[in-house]
Design a protein around this ligand. Structure first.
Ligand code: URA
Length: 371
């Protein structure tokens, strides 16, 4: 239901309202409604099913009786976007009809505008694949996905190609932020509320700070470093005399990766494949923002930004280059400071972290002066 609801816009007394007709196979409307509240907090919406309906007015979630398909308009201006999106994500070379039907059971197709394209796409898949094979170089990508656990290594090149082929390099950060919300290149989007893009000073800031994936609070808020690690970062920046508004703050992985533990969502480290896939977004963000200096916060960010193979401790002692050739410094992730059990160690490490940030700022100022 998270993936297969398609809203249609109607006009109501309170402005636009988005209504969807959905036919679940289980009694899941109450269970899933909270997900839609988080995902579409800013929209007024109703999801109508044969047995029950859920309604959100921006403040209150309510439930009502079921309805009929005809309660919801059959078409919407966005239906063509769904068709175009599906068509562009459809990779004929990876077509497995049985797996596709398992992922997207046919029962749901009739309420999803994009599915009307499926029969034609299947029919033309083998010709399109032959054309693709004829057009591609014969050497496979080396090492892509080597350390990957969940995404099968043999799937990674196709995923990287899909993202590069189907996502045009964004012309602006706004375009990037919009496109990022529909990224399905790795599975992390499924359990996340939203993608968390970078934010802050957008034109040649002195520094761009790059974290790991967003945490629980960032996932809900849609902004980077607003939770506990963000508080540590803010304190270190303040003590280093750096104004956060003058930086660009982002993450190497844009969706929150977690596992449920009771009512809590425990942060999980992204694997190499997820980091590699999400690099596409990070690299484009940094190309658009053009910071004077980039600071990797922690080993995941370092791994994403550079080909450096040493330890974070060693990386911290030098000035490096990103894969794209920008100047790079590395330091610890602020959550490392939160995990230290000993107060004295915490204080000493905090001072080192703060000094790293100060040092990075001074180097960035020298780079800016020389430019
Ligand atoms: N940790 C990160 O790396 N990024 C965030 O945005 C929050 C916590």
């Amino acid at each position: 239901m998270h993936a297969f609801v398609r809203f249609k816009e109607i006009t109501s007394a309170n402005g636009p309202r988005y209504v969807a007709w959905f036919e679940p196979q289980h009694h899941i409307v109450h269970e899933t409604a909270e997900f839609f509240v988080r995902r579409f907090t800013g929209m007024n919406w109703s999801i109508i099913t044969p047995e029950a309906s859920a309604h959100w007015d921006g403040e209150t979630l309510s439930f009502g009786s079921g309805g009929k398909r005809s309660d919801v308009p059959a078409d919407d201006a966005r239906d063509d976007d769904w068709r175009a999106y599906y068509e562009s994500m459809f990779n004929p070379a990876r077509l497995k009809v049985a797996a596709m039907k398992r992922e997207m059971p046919k029962h749901y197709w009739r309420n999803m505008p994009e599915t009307e394209r499926i029969p034609d796409l299947i029919k033309s898949a083998s010709t399109r694949t032959e054309n693709m094979v004829a057009a591609t170089p014969s050497t496979p990508r080396k090492r892509a996905g080597a350390a990957h656990a969940k995404i099968a290594p043999e799937d990674l090149p196709a995923r990287l190609e899909a993202i590069a082929e189907h996502e045009k390099p964004p012309a602006s950060l706004k375009d990037l932020q919009r496109a990022l919300q529909s990224c399905r290149a790795c599975p992390l989007w499924r359990d996340a509320t939203q993608a968390v893009p970078g934010e802050g000073a957008e034109e040649k800031p002195l520094l761009a700070l790059v974290g790991e994936p967003p945490g629980d609070q960032e996932d809900l808020a849609g902004h980077p470093f607003v939770g506990p690690a963000g508080k540590v970062l803010d304190r270190a920046l303040a003590e280093a005399g750096i104004n956060r508004d003058e930086l660009f703050v982002t993450n190497a992985v844009k969706h929150f990766k977690h596992e449920p533990r009771g009512k809590r969502r425990l942060h999980m480290r992204p694997n190499a494949g997820e980091v590699e896939i999400c690099r596409w977004w990070l690299a484009h963000e940094l190309t658009l923002v053009k910071p004077r200096l980039i600071v990797a916060l922690g080993a995941t960010a370092l791994q994403s930004l550079s080909t450096y193979k040493g330890t974070l401790t060693k990386a911290r002692e030098q000035t490096l280059k990103t894969r794209e050739g920008a100047t790079l410094r590395a330091t610890v992730h602020p959550s490392y400071l939160l995990r230290l059990p000993d107060e004295a160690a915490k204080e000493a490490e905090f001072a080192r972290f703060m000094a790293d940030l100060k040092d990075a700022k001074q180097l960035a100022e020298r780079i800016a002066r020389a430019a």
